[in-house]
Design a protein around this ligand. Structure first.
Ligand code: GDP
Length: 318
């Protein structure tokens, strides 16, 4: 692919977007286009249209989204459905209108039904009811991938959707109210170690299973998709293996060096019991994840430590 292609990474300050910018730059792409929220509000239809009219974009990575963990999703469903639908309709429609040759949309494994057979194949989408704790977010993400399919069908666009499993990595959100489990446990284990606590609080029963993908693996899969001839479809992106929340907590404690007990808080929700993706469709196309969970957690802990001072201040200010 032409290294001068104009590649718009929407959401470049987020965990996925920043990983994409790193990956594209290291692959030699020279024209990565980004906009901060102050310069381009993606929920503003007029602004998004003007941006696409002026910028002659060749590829869009639609990584901008309102994201969050189980607590944020269950307490702010309106924000999750509204902001994600607005961003998707504005960007996907404008990309089609201004003839952008390729767009890669990022969804989530929570689009699949709660009671899905495991591992989850792409064709299980919309076969039964969703997990209630993140239904609003899931509905918005399903709308996004269906928009890509509809625009491909009606306008001949080449819009592809990637459905990553639970992500982690540099630039993650460590705010304990809105974060996902992996960054939350890194922070809680680190602070428990500093305080010399006897136990680490883990939400729920510890029995739900989750699959974790390092965001650099997702950026690699997305770059692979951009460079391929694949012009449509939904593709799961994961590692093909999961662990219980208890096992995850044990791994995090080992990496962080916290030696106390685990204390499970049954008053917090478990969410869906399991969501392991079947990743064979993408593997058949030639892509496979490569970062081992414990190595990825160690690298993420190093990133957390480098940013910990700033995080502590944010938490105090909030
Ligand atoms: P989910 O994958 O959409 O359910 O989102 P999360 O990553 O927020 O939660 C995954 C699982 O980890 C759920 O069963 C949570 O109850 C559990 N969990 C355990 N401790 C924590 C924690 O400190 N924060 C979060 N967000 N989840 C936790």
């Amino acid at each position: 692919m032409d290294k001068n292609a104009r590649i718009f990474v929407a959401g470049h300050r987020g965990m996925v977007g920043s990983a994409l910018v790193r990956r594209l730059a290291s692959a030699g792409y020279r024209n990565i286009v980004t906009r901060t929220r102050a310069h381009l509000d993606l929920t503003d239809q007029g602004g998004v249209n003007l941006f696409f009219e002026e910028e002659q974009i060749d590829v869009v990575f639609l990584a901008a989204a309102r994201v969050g963990g189980i607590y944020a999703n269950s307490t702010m469903p309106a924000s999750f459905i509204y902001e994600n639908l607005a961003i998707e309709t504005n960007v996907i429609h404008a990309a089609s209108r201004w003839n952008v040759p390729k767009l890669i949309f990022f969804g989530s494994s929570c689009i699949y039904p709660k009671a899905c057979p495991q591992p989850i194949k792409e064709e299980y989408l919309l076969t039964s009811a969703l997990e209630p704790t993140n239904e609003a977010y899931a509905i918005a993400k399903i709308a996004g991938l269906k928009m890509c399919e509809a625009y491909n069908q009606q306008y001949g666009t080449k819009f592809v959707s990637l459905m990553p499993t639970n992500l982690y990595g540099p630039n993650d959100n460590y705010d304990l109210q809105s974060s996902h489990v992996l960054p939350a446990l890194i922070r809680k284990a680190h602070e428990a170690k500093l305080r010399g606590d006897g136990a680490l609080e883990v939400w729920g029963s510890g029995t739900p299973c989750r699959e974790f993908l390092h965001v650099d693996d997702l950026a690699d899969a997305a770059t692979f998709m951009m460079e391929s001839d694949i012009a449509e479809g939904v593709f799961n992106v994961g590692v093909g293996r999961d662990s219980t929340i208890r096992e995850l907590a044990q791994t995090v404690c080992r990496v962080v060096g916290f030696e106390g007990e685990l204390a499970f808080d049954a008053s917090k929700p478990d969410g869906t019991p399991r969501k392991l993706l079947d990743v064979s469709k993408l593997e058949r196309m030639g892509w496979k994840a490569s970062i081992i969970l414990e190595d990825g957690i160690a690298a993420t802990y190093a990133d957390f430590l480098a940013r910990y001072e700033g995080l502590s201040q944010t938490a105090v200010a909030a």
